[in-house]
Design a protein around this ligand. Sequence first.
Ligand SMILES: [Zn+2]
Length: 219
Amino acid sequence: MKALFFPRITRCENYEKKPNDEYYSYAHYRNQISIDCQNRCVYCDVNLSEIGHEGFALDHFRPQEKFPALKNDPKNLVISCAKCNRYKSAHWPLDITTGDSHNGAVGFIEPFDFDRHEYFDISETGNFAALQGPSTYLINLLSLNRPSRILVRKKRILQARINLVFDIAERILTEISPMIEDRQITDDVIDKFRQAKTAISAIQTARIEIAKLEANSGP
Ligand SMILES: [Zn+2]
């Protein structure tokens, strides 16, 4: 399940610069930063398709109000959904001279430098649980367990389950179909056929769960 959330992300090695070796204005880097962040909000992990391609904000990891020198530095830019961006605003609870992004209790986790799975445990129900460092601070400040995000995560988990079980059912049916064509209906073939039926019924159950989630999600 871990593979569904917070992939390891890496930055482009050389962000484009102007002929005079200065960075362009930060908006210039939107596409590259989206690619670097794999089109996901680095805070709540939603991806663009899961929010109807409503668009992401180019977020200054270190807020430009407090770090004006980093305003156009692409290495300070991340992708954030509009709401996380708004919740984060210009928050930066640390002394700006320390260089750190958190002090073990409050602050932010550099998404390119740290494995976020070491900070957040993600349950089957789609909730983030704090593991260490500033995780609790971030869950509260950015409302990372807001209903819309729980819904997205649950759907992602159910869809992954559907894909997995579909592959199992398909493999079993491919395996037994030559025997069925040849009318060699052994106990083993019957057993495998039943396994495929169980898999298909698990897919049905997951589909119903998704439909229920969507029906209860509101506008
Ligand atoms: Zn977000």
